[in-house]
Design a binder for this molecule. Structure first.
Ligand SMILES: Cc1cc2nc3c(=O)[nH]c(=O)nc-3n(C[C@H](O)[C@H](O)[C@H](O)COP(=O)(O)OP(=O)(O)OC[C@H]3O[C@@H](n4cnc5c(N)ncnc54)[C@H](O)[C@@H]3O)c2cc1C
Length: 601
């Protein structure tokens, strides 16, 4: 059933073919009082409990992680996404994002423990559990009395998650399953009370999910803590199940439904992982600004050097862009969930379908934000110079901690390929009309370009036109690749990866511009001078990336006249009428940062 709001809400992936006005997007400046209160209390918790213990986290103090998680539970942070009837706070999706965001700033260890527990450790029960299962487990998990972990990966089953060898055998009396197998890389394994375990029954095509209580007398044992590059105080162990008896009533959802559970849990996990890189970026930028202002070389604070200004500006821009896109998508998800609730869906159904609708955006954000925090922390080290390489400064651990985000919750390669694959599927189902716009672009390519001189007087007029043109680049290149290869396109991974990069840059750049535009309209262009500069700077890079990736695709799969025509189209669709002054943009941003001596956006 469609409601009025339903019609106005973009479907997942539709951003590519529909124009969005700045009034339609939600931005961090739109947080309501409840959301601001939640943000401030998480920030206060991080400053009081986590940041002062930074060194301890680097010394692999797993007990401290458990202690902090318990305190987070006492304050209600673990139950933000859990409905009130199961002792959670039952807050909206945006608030749940906020907690992941602001808890991530101090150390990746807590961000991982938090994400593994609240996301993949608890959510499968909240969303797929029976009423009895929810009543039994969720209140304990929501309050931090118990902790959860998620056992999907195995030595032979990583990205190919449905290929696990762990077996679940039904007992002769039909009362329990006996689970045997080896799971690896399990976050929170060292202190979890309950595991979501995926195992195969007989020779089923798909795996099945089970809720398994931790009991050493029930055939459950652990490997040593893994020696990891980063997230040193996040407990990561192998978990061995040796004929572990699990009552039949602990099966999650239905037999063979485990892969679906695993994938849906990951959709939520991905957007929340994006959020969990945001405060990490803010903190790294903030520390870099302060250091650059203090550190004097050649009788000059290094913040005054163009080389450092450029880095600071780029770091702040990536954080701002990440926020813009993450909260835009989060609010779309929240609205979609609310529409479904109004239409009579249960909480679980509404949440599952609401997030699934935006699975493309979830993957886009996971990739973009995980790579942004990596680059941001890398430049953070560079600004600190030799001190950045020292474990005595927080840059070193920020850089190491950032690295995992490109690997878990589906590697960035897998997520990139998923974005394009999901979009093509949505088009085939008729959820997103790609064919119409792609045909229009093809016609435009053979037509005569307009000679009209556009009017760019309004703020972002040229930038918004550029976004529309970049969408045409995607439709042109990906569209003809789909035509050429059909279902075999999935075998052409390098083309998929290039297409994904185009898609990612479009979403991130558009979100950033729309946020800056919305805020310029309400707070004034002068007040938003630096944010406007960030949006323009982000777009400038996006145009370059898109140009390069599209060219890579075109020269690889098109030939002769078709190739020439597409390359000409690419040139036309990536052409600025007025090139931005990139150095000036960076200087505007950096000067504000250094004047405020903090990340101030
Ligand atoms: C610190 C940490 C914590 C983790 N926590 C958990 C947890 O709590 N629970 C859990 O279940 N798992 C967890 N994981 C596992 C994690 O999700 C996997 O490591 C990840 O999914 C990748 O699987 P893999 O390591 O087997 O790599 P592989 O799948 O072997 O991938 C290796 C490389 O090949 C690429 N690749 C693989 N398949 C393809 C393909 N089809 N096409 C193109 N490229 C491909 C990958 O992108 C990657 O670059 C954790 C891992 C780490 C390191």
């Amino acid at each position: 059933m469609e409601t009025k709001t339903d019609k106005h809400l973009l479907r997942g992936g539709q951003f590519l073919v529909k124009e969005t006005s700045c009034e339609e997007i939600f931005t961090p400046e739109d947080f309501n009082d409840e959301q601001k209160m939640m943000r401030d209390s998480v920030k206060e918790f991080v400053e009081r409990e986590i940041w002062p213990n930074k060194e301890e986290f680097e010394k692999k103090n797993y007990a401290l992680t458990e202690e902090i998680m318990q305190k987070a539970g006492e304050l209600g942070f673990l139950g933000v996404a859990v409905p009130e009837e199961y002792d959670g706070l039952g807050m909206g999706f945006v608030s749940t994002m906020l907690v992941c965001d602001y808890i991530s700033g101090a150390t990746g260890s807590i961000a991982t423990a938090f994400g593994a527990h609240t996301g993949i450790g608890t959510m499968p029960i909240t969303l797929y559990g029976t009423e009895e299962q929810k009543k039994k487990y969720v209140p304990k998990l929501a309050t931090g009395e118990w902790f959860g972990a998620y056992c999907l990966t195995e030595p032979g089953a990583g990205s190919d998650a449905n290929s696990g060898k762990t077996k679940a055998v039904l007992s002769e009396d039909g009362k329990y399953y006996s689970i045997s197998g080896q799971k690896m890389w399990i976050s929170n394994a060292g202190f979890a009370n309950v595991f979501i375990v995926f195992a195969r029954i007989e020779n089923d095509k798909n795996i099945t999910g089970f809720i398994v209580e931790n009991d050493p007398d029930n055939g459950i044992s652990f490997g040593e803590e893994e020696k990891k590059l980063g997230i040193h105080s996040s407990s990561t162990r192998q978990v061995f199940f040796n004929e572990t008896r699990v009552p039949v009533e602990n099966m999650l959802s239905e037999r063979g439904n485990g892969f679906k559970i695993a994938m849906n849990a990951l959709n939520v996990g991905r957007i929340k992982l994006a959020a969990a890189s945001l405060d990490a970026q803010r903190r790294v930028t903030d520390l870099a600004v302060k250091y650059a202002n203090e550190r004097v070389q050649f009788d000059t604070p290094i913040a005054k050097f163009g080389a450092i200004k450029s880095k600071l500006a780029e770091m702040a821009t990536s954080a701002y862009a990440g926020e813009s896109a993450s909260y835009r998508a989060a609010k779309n998800i929240e609205d979609r969930i609310n529409i479904r609730l109004e239409n009579g869906n249960s909480h679980a159904e509404a949440e599952l379908k609401g997030v699934e609708e935006y699975a493309i955006e979830c993957s886009i954000l996971k990739v973009a934000c995980s790579e942004d925090i990596q680059n941001c922390s890398d430049e953070g080290i560079q600004i600190f110079g030799g001190m950045g390489f020292s474990a005595d400064t927080p840059m070193e651990s920020a850089w190491r901690d950032a690295r995992i985000a490109r690997i878990y919750e589906g590697t960035n390669e897998i997520n990139r390929m998923l974005t394009v694959g999901m979009l093509v599927k949505k088009a085939m189902k008729g959820h997103v009309d790609l064919l119409g716009p792609a045909t229009a672009v093809a016609d435009e390519l053979t037509g005569i370009p307009s000679m009209e001189k556009p009017d760019y007087a309004e703020l972002f007029a040229e930038e918004k036109e550029m976004i529309a043109k970049l969408k045409k680049v995607f439709l042109m290149t990906a569209g003809s690749a789909v035509q050429k290869f059909g279902p075999q396109l999935e075998e052409h991974q390098q083309l998929l990866l290039a297409s994904a990069d185009i898609l990612i840059e479009i979403y991130m750049a558009e979100s950033t511009i729309l946020r800056a535009e919305k805020n310029a309209k309400r707070f004034g262009e002068n007040e938003q001078k630096e944010q406007i500069a960030m949006a323009k700077l982000y777009l400038y890079h996006a145009v370059d990336t898109i140009s390069q990736k599209a060219k890579e695709g075109i020269v690889s799969f098109a030939e002769g006249d078709e190739q020439r025509m597409m390359l000409m189209g690419l040139k036309r669709f990536t052409k600025y009428q007025n090139q931005p002054n990139v150095v000036e943009l960076r200087n505007i941003i950096a000067e504000k940062l250094t004047a405020e001596n903090k990340y101030c956006f």
